[in-house]
Design a binder for this molecule. Sequence first.
Ligand SMILES: [Zn+2]
Length: 255
Amino acid sequence: MKKKSLSIVTFLFVNIFLSSHLYGIEEPLQWGENVSGVSTNFFTTKKEIALTFDACGGNTFSRGYDKELVDFLIKNKIPATLFLNAGWIETNIEIFKQLQKIPFFELENHGMKHRPLSINGKSIYKRKGTNSKKEVIEEVDENNKLFTSLHQTRPLFFRSGTAYYDEIAVDIVRKKLNMEIAGFSVNSDRGATLTKNEIVNILCNSSSGDIVIAHMNHPEGFTAEGFIEGLKILKEKGFSFVKLSDVKDSLIRIP
Ligand SMILES: [Zn+2]
């Protein structure tokens, strides 16, 4: 009797396992910014930090350009990784072409429609995520194609709109599209909503190996003012700045 019930359990388990793998009905277990496979910082023995700036572009209110911030980075030759959404690029095509020419910037992928990356339509901040594995690939790869059509190398890094993922979507981008997921360890402007002093304080508390996120699409916010002061202080403390591709082999991922 015991043997029989054991074999029924085994039969059911094997069936569920096979059907979920054969028919792709896996259920993600994680949903958030820090899910398995997301790179949040990097290993280094030097005093260095990676600065990343998002240009969101999911709607017409998020397609601005913080010229003061970017001009400051250019003038001071500060390396940075810029995450550009397709909507933002299409609105700012001449700026995109200028950014392509800056040797210490790298341009990376912030999605086609700025959607959270989900295989089953999860939402966050009232923003509906992608709804299937196919939509995950489209959200990322359609923007890769926009980049290459503009004579830009295919991006190596992806950050989703809202920076939310499930772990299966992350796995698809990493393994099928051969890209890294750029998380962050320091949220320095919270969607360009913080005051100058708040941004300066957060930046000054950054450590070696941090990946800092901020926004370059809200000139009406205080990101430029905060970074101009905050980066000066970090430089005085002996920090230098790197692009994500410079530290690609030292990235620390959520296990
Ligand atoms: Zn964004």
